[in-house]
Design a protein around this ligand. Structure first.
Ligand code: AP5
Length: 225
C-alpha cells in the first residue's frame, strides 16, 4: 500500500470542509475532489442529467450513489493518486464508503483518516447564509468571516460572486435532516476501521487547520510546505 495522504471529511453542511480542503491541499500538496463541485460542474453543462441533479440538490436531497461513483471514477482516471487526495463531501452513504474502499484498494491505496467536523447549528446557519462563491474557480468567501475586497466581486478575476441556490434556510433544514439521518452509519463504519479523528470546527479557519495538522502529525504525517 502507498503512504500518500488520503482523507475524507464527515461533517454537516457548511462546516468548513471546502475551506479546510483548500488549506490542506496547499500544505500537503494533495489533490482535492469535492463531489459537490463535480455535481455543480455537470449542472452548468445544462444536460438532462444536469437538470435531474439540480432538482435533487435544490431540495437538499442526496444524488444517487451510481451517479456519484461514476463521477468519482471519471475524476480518478485523470488524477495522479501518487500525490494523495482529499475526498470532500464523499462518502455520504455506506455504499459510497464501501465504493471508496474498493476504488482505493484497486489502486493499492487506502484511506489515512476520516476527519469528523463537529460544529454547532447556530454557527452552520451563519456560515451557510453568508457564503458567496466564485463559480468558475470554486473560491469561497463569506460576507463576514472572509469578505472579498469589494463586496460581491471575486478578488482575483473581478467577476461577480454568487450565492448557491441551496444556501437558503429552507434548503439547509432539509440538508441537515439528510445529514442527521445518514451520518451515524458512516461514523460507525470508520470507527470500526479505526480511522475517525474528531475536529472541533467551531473555531476560526486557522485554528481548525492547526488542530487538523497537529492531529495528522500524531499519525506521522508532516507538512510538505
Ligand atoms: P456539497 O457541496 O458537498 O455541500 P455540503 O456538504 O453541504 O457542504 P458545503 O459545500 O455546504 O460546505 P463546506 O463544509 O464545504 O463549507 P465551506 O468551506 O464552503 O454538496 C451539495 C449537495 O450536492 C448536497 O446537498 C447533495 O445534494 C449533493 N451531493 C454532494 N456530494 C454528494 C454525495 N457524495 N452523495 C450524494 N449527494 C451529494 O464553508 C462554508 C462558509 O463558511 C464559507 O463562506 C466559509 O468562508 C465559511 N467558513 C468556513 N470555515 C469557517 C470557520 N472555521 N469559521 C468561520 N467561517 C468559516
Amino acid at each position: 500500500m502507498g503512504d500518500s495522504l488520503f482523507l475524507t471529511f464527515i461533517g454537516p453542511p457548511s462546516c468548513g470542509k471546502g475551506t479546510q480542503s483548500e488549506l490542506l491541499k496547499r500544505t500537503y500538496n494533495v489533490n482535492h475532489m469535492s463531489t459537490g463541485d463535480l455535481l455543480r460542474e455537470v449542472i452548468r453543462k445544462k444536460t438532462q442529467k444536469g437538470k435531474e441533479i439540480q432538482k435533487i440538490i435544490s431540495k437538499g436531497g442526496l444524488v444517487p450513489d451510481r451517479i456519484i461513483m461514476d463521477l468519482l471514477e471519471e475524476k480518478l482516471k485523470v488524477t495522479n493518486l501518487q500525490a494523495g487526495a482529499l475526498f470532500d463531501g464523499f462518502p455520504r452513504t455506506i455504499d459510497q464508503a464501501v465504493g471508496l474502499d474498493h476504488v482505493l484498494g484497486g489502486r493499492q491505496r487506502r484511506l489515512t483518516a476520516a476527519l469528523n467536523f463537529e460544529v454547532d447549528f447556530h454557527e452552520i446557519i451563519k456560515r451557510v447564509t453568508g457564503r458567496r462563491i466564485h463559480p468558475a474557480s470554486g473560491r469561497i468567501y463569506h460576507t463576514t468571516y472572509k469578505p472579498p475586497k469589494t463586496p460581491g466581486i471575486d478578488d482575483i478575476t473581478g467577476e461577480p460572486l454568487i450565492q448557491r441556490k441551496d444556501d437558503t434556510l429552507e434548503v439547509l433544514q432539509q440538508r441537515m435532516e439528510v445529514f442527521n439521518k445518514t451520518v451515524s452509519p458512516i461514523k460507525e463504519f470508520y470507527k470500526a476501521h479505526n480511522l475517525i479523528i474528531n475536529i472541533n470546527a467551531n473555531k476560526s479557519p486557522d485554528l481548525v487547520f492547526e488542530e487538523i495538522t497537529e492531529k495528522l502529525a500524531t499519525l506521522g504525517i508532516t507538512k510538505t510546505f
